[in-house]
Structure formats: C-alpha cells, structure tokens
Design a binder for this molecule. Structure first.
Ligand code: HEC
Length: 198
C-alpha cells in the first residue's frame, strides 16, 4: 500500500512547481492512505441508505401534507351514514308514488337492470315488507354517495335545468331541487334520521 502512494507523491511533486505541489499532494496522500477502496464502497452504500431514508421521510411528509390539505373536504364527505328507518318511511313511498305524466319509479326499477334496482312487490301487495325494505336499503346504496349532491339518486330524476343529469330513461320527475320529494331524497343522502325530523 505504501510504495504506490509514495511514488505518486514523488511523481506529482516532480511535475508541479514547489508552491503548488504541497497543495496538490496533500489531499492525494490523505485520500490514498485513509480511504481505501472498501471504505469508499462502504461510504457510498451509506450515502445510498441515507438518500433512501431521506426520500422516504420526504415522501411521508408530503403524504401528511396532502392528508391535511384534503381534510376539510374529507370531513365534509365523511357524511353521516344512511338511515334505514328514514329510508323505509320517507324514501320508499317516493318510489311508489304515482306522478302525473310519469310511471312510478317502482314500475321500471324492479324490472330493468340499471344501477337502481329494487325488489319487485309481492303479488297483491302495494308496498314492501320489512325484509324487502332491508334489501332495497342495500340496493339503493349503489346510487347514493352519502353526503353528496352527485348521488345519481338525486341527479337522475331531476331536471337538468335544476342541476340534474342531462337524461333519465324514466323521465324528469322533479323540476326543482325545492320539490318536497327531492328535499326528502336529499335529506336521506345526507344522513337524516326520523328523530331529527321531529
Ligand atoms: C319509465 C321507466 C322509469 C321510471 C318510471 C323511472 N326510471 Fe329511473 N331509470 C330508468 C332507466 C331506463 C334507467 C337507465 C338509463 C338511464 O340511466 O337513464 C334509469 C336509471 C335510473 C337511475 C340510475 C342512474 C345510474 O347510476 O345509472 C336512478 C338513480 C334512477 N333511475 C332513479 C329513478 C327514480 C328515483 C325514479 C322515480 C322518481 C325513476 N328512476 C323512475 C327508467 C325509469
């Protein structure tokens, strides 16, 4: 180890003027003696590990910040859960109600296979029994985004001018969001309960 260091020392010293040689050779010697190749490798791998740790730390910091930024939105969409009793007493009657110029929701939505599919009424029955209502409550969740006006249940039967979707195979049953039935559907989507109603 020693002789190559020394020879490079003399080689370099011979090439440069005296004043500059000290300056050049000193770090050369330091480098050769004190940092053998395996230590350089070690140092490099340490740097790699540190760099990775830094990236991970930065990444998690960034994720935390994103989380914070999203929090106000998240807390407003982390809406109250849908309430079954409200659904059964307030929403199901809307599906059964006959509006002039329109078929009842139940007529189409028990026979077609669109996202809103309800349990067919039992023969001779004008309403759903407890078990069927429970099933409907599960089924209706396919068209509800809790706490969101974007819920298809709100937008689909609502006229486009009033903020609804452009088209609905079953026609536009409601011309305004202030329609009492619309308000009931909205209350349901936003987690209303019967207690809060009274
Ligand atoms: C004349 C038949 C008919 C009637 C009545 C009807 N619909 Fe529909 N509905 C459809 C058809 C067909 C589709 C699928 C095509 C489409 O999305 O417009 C649909 C789709 C939907 C969807 C699913 C949207 C999605 O996510 O794809 C919702 C929600 C909906 N209707 C709600 C209602 C409500 C609430 C009523 C009663 C106020 C009602 N419909 C009455 C025929 C009907």
């Amino acid at each position: 180890m020693k002789s190559p260091v020394r020879s490079s020392f003399f080689l370099i010293e011979g090439r440069f003027p005296q004043s500059e040689s000290n300056f050049v050779i000193f770090p050369t010697k330091l480098f050769c003696r004190e940092v053998p190749v395996h230590q350089i490798k070690k140092a490099l791998s340490c740097m790699l590990v540190v760099a990775c740790l830094f990236l991970v730390a930065a990444g998690s910091l960034w994720a935390k910040r994103q989380e914070k930024e999203n929090q106000p939105a998240a807390s407003s969409t982390a809406a109250a859960p849908l309430d079954y009793d409200f659904f059964k007493t307030k929403v199901e009657p809307i599906f059964l109600f006959k509006r002039p110029g329109h078929a009842r929701c139940v007529v189409c939505h028990t026979i077609n296979h669109v996202p809103l599919h309800l349990v067919p009424l039992s023969p001779g029955s004008t309403t759903w029994n407890e078990e069927q209502s429970r099933q409907n409550f599960e089924l209706v969740q396919r068209v509800v985004v809790p706490g969101s006006m974007e819920s298809p249940l709100l937008r689909h039967p609502l006229a486009q001018e009033a903020g609804g979707d452009p088209a609905h195979g079953g026609g536009k049953h409601f011309s305004s969001q202030d329609n009492p039935e619309c308000l009931t559907l909205k209350a349901f989507v936003f987690g209303a309960t019967l207690k809060a109603e009274r």
